[in-house]
Design a protein around this ligand. Structure first.
Ligand code: ADP
Ligand code: ASP
Ligand code: MG
Length: 603
């Protein structure tokens, strides 16, 4: 008898008829010989409605009371679904997160799961009952046994965490689309279903705006090797499998907080090319990387910083072997990018061979801003200057001087308690296989960009900034440090820009302005009128031309790129908010991801 955890999202249980349809599906699965634990969300838009009610009473409601309020949504569904099952003659029992013993940190509105007691569930399963558990909620590990919630969209995480704790055979996430598609079908109707995706790719997509899965659910599935399937509750089609590599054995205690970093890596075979003062108009990145890809040169990290005046800086890294060819392209293209005859404003190419990339990786760093901050601080304390930073949900990479590489590696492995013997060079091969270069495209419209001008170019600045943000629990993405140096009061300075969730933008700006008064950098500015468009695919490593194709698609639409950041398996561009959907459609099309078959989405 297989133990399966199934989760039904809000739309899937949005009405009495839908709850009855779900009960029928569960009943069939039990009759096929399965033992079932069901996790449900609140009905339809209940959670949104409850949030609105709270906001009518208070503009900043207390997070404890919000958890008390929002957790009621799921409680309605568990009771109704159990009744519907009982009506079909199927014994069932509903349990709240607290009754199950889904123990979380005592952090309201964003609690992480520490462990789940499975005794009670197992007792009911042994009696032949279907156990219906309220998703999204838990109980704190503090003396007061407070009700906590996991964050919006958190029922997926409840389900996968339960599946891992119960050592279920698989976890099935039932939703209102047929599975994971190449992009959001509500925005691009030609989006196509994927039969399979790797957990690494899904982690990136989920955290870059594809809300079909909660990123933390993917993290748990990946860490514990839990087979995960996303499928429609309206059909019997097989949906999408999220596949994980065989994980290291891992304790179920401290499930979401144990070891955030499981690897420290170093790559010495890197060289940096920076183009300074390239004009800020559509098509510049496209022509540079287009030229580079015609030479079949694979670029690794790419960053484009915030513009200043009417020019940008673009920097990228390549392996040493192709440095000469890549720099020749950059040198050849620079004159055509010169807009101004005045020498100081001209595009300029800088080449640096003596660099190395150090990176920390691990799925547990999702939504834990303190981890990146700790990396920066570790480097700063050792007086190691960070030249470039690139972040993804599961990795933070820093470009540093090559001569500091061994020291950095040693200190980081100490700081994150990683066995140095298991240290590995960054190897693309872990992702290589028969993957298409781009699997999916995601648009995140809830991002804001923060820019800090003239930050002193000295070790410790990034550490100070991101430690402060981490203390305020603000997660930061796409951190960029400009290549250009400004001399202010005889001190070299650089600009730093990064993106945060729009809801954190004000708090982030305030925090940095405070810090600014202490360390005296320049102006801090926030811009919420941006969108972040990302392409994700494990096959983009060792596959030149992906960036070029992405940038060219934007250039054809005359869409200006405001920032570029990359990780091994994603490329993100910050663009104007008003051009988000147009850009998404164009890029989805450019990578040939669209198809004729149109997904039907229930109203
Ligand atoms: P549920 O209530 O079942 O948890 P969600 O609304 O949280 O459902 O997630 C499903 C929605 O995610 C879909 O209706 C779709 O609009 C959106 N979505 C965004 N990106 C994707 C994608 N790449 N594949 C599938 N759905 C996506
Ligand atoms: N009901 C919660 C929400 O709307 C949790 C979930 O549906 O996953 O965010
Ligand atoms: Mg959801």
């Amino acid at each position: 008898m297989a133990l399966v955890v199934q989760k039904y999202g809000g739309t899937s249980v949005g009405s009495v008829e839908r709850i009855q349809a779900v009960a029928n599906r569960i009943d069939r699965a039990v009759k096929q010989g399965n033992s079932l634990v069901i996790v449900v969300s609140a009905m339809g838009k209940t959670t949104d409605t409850l949030v609105k009610l709270a906001n009518e009473i208070s503009s900043s409601p207390c997070s404890r009371e919000m958890d008390m309020l929002l957790s009621t949504g799921e409680q309605v569904t568990i009771a109704l679904l159990s009744m519907a099952l009982q009506e079909l003659g199927q014994p069932a029992i509903s349990l709240t997160g607290a009754q199950v013993g889904i123990v979380t940190e005592a952090e309201h509105s964003r609690a992480r799961i520490l462990q789940i007691c499975t005794d009670r569930i197992e007792r009911h399963l042994n009696k032949g009952e279907v156990v219906v558990v309220a998703g999204f909620q838990g109980v704190s590990n503090s003396e007061d046994l407070e009700i906590t919630t996991l964050g919006r969209g958190g029922s997926d995480t409840s389900a996968v965490a339960l599946a891992a704790s119960l050592k279920a055979e698989r976890c099935e996430i039932y939703t209102d689309v047929p599975g994971i598609l190449t992009t959001d079908p509500r925005l691009v109707p030609s989006a196509q279903l994927m039969s399979e995706i790797t957990a690494d790719e899904m982690l990136e997509l989920a955290s870059l705006g594809a809300k079909v899965l909660h990123p933390r659910a993917v993290e748990i599935a990946r860490n514990y090797g839990m087979p995960l399937v996303v499928l429609s509750s309206w059909s019997d089609r097989p949906g999408t499998r999220v596949v994980s590599r065989l994980p290291q054995p891992r304790s179920l205690q401290g499930m979401e907080i144990a070891k955030a970093v499981d690897g420290v890596e170093v790559d010495r075979d890197q060289a940096k090319i920076a183009l300074l003062r390239v004009p800020d108009f559509p098509g510049v990145a496209a022509s540079l990387f287009g030229e580079i890809s015609t030479q079949n040169i694979d670029v690794d990290l790419i960053i484009q910083s915030i513009h200043e005046g009417n020019t940008n800086d673009i920097a990228f890294t390549v392996v040493n072997r192709v440095l000469q060819a890549a720099s020749a392209v950059a040198e050849a293209i620079a004159p055509s990018l010169r807009t101004d005859s005045e020498a100081r404003d001209q595009a300029e190419v800088i080449i640096d061979r003596a660099i190395a990339k150090v990176a920390i990786s691990g799925a547990g760093m999702i939504g834990r801003p303190g981890i990146a901050a700790k990396m920066f601080k570790t480097l700063a304390d050792a007086n190691i200057n960070i030249q470039m930073i690139s972040t993804s949900e599961v990795k933070v990479s820093c470009v540093i001087e090559e001569s500091e590489c061994d020291r950095a590696l040693h200190l980081l492995s100490q700081a994150f308690d990683i066995d140095l013997n298991s240290q590995k060079e960054i190897k693309a091969s872990q992702y290589q296989g028969n993957h298409p270069p781009v699997r999916g495209v995601a648009l995140d419209v809830n991002q804001a960009r923060i820019a800090i001008r003239h930050v002193p170019d000295a070790p410790g600045m990034a550490a100070q900034i991101f430690t402060l943000l981490a203390q305020k629990n603000i997660s930061v993405d796409s951190i960029i440090q400009s290549q250009r140096c400004h001399i202010i009061d005889a001190l070299p300075t650089r600009d730093i820009a990064f993106t945060v969730a729009q809801s954190d933008a004000e708090l982030a700006c305030q925090a940095i302005e405070e810090l600014d008064r202490q360390i005296g950098c320049g102006r801090v500015s926030g811009d919420t009128a941006i969108s972040k468009l990302s392409v994700v695919g494990a096959g983009m490593i060792g596959h030149p031309g992906v960036a070029a194709k992405f940038f060219a698609a934007l250039a054809r639409e005359k869409i200006n790129i405001q920032m570029i950041t990359t990780s091994e398996i994603k490329i993100s561009c910050v663009i104007d908010e008003t051009q988000g959907i147009q850009a998404l459609e164009a890029v989805h099309e450019a990578f040939g991801l669209g198809g004729k078959e149109q997904v039907t989405i229930p109203a």
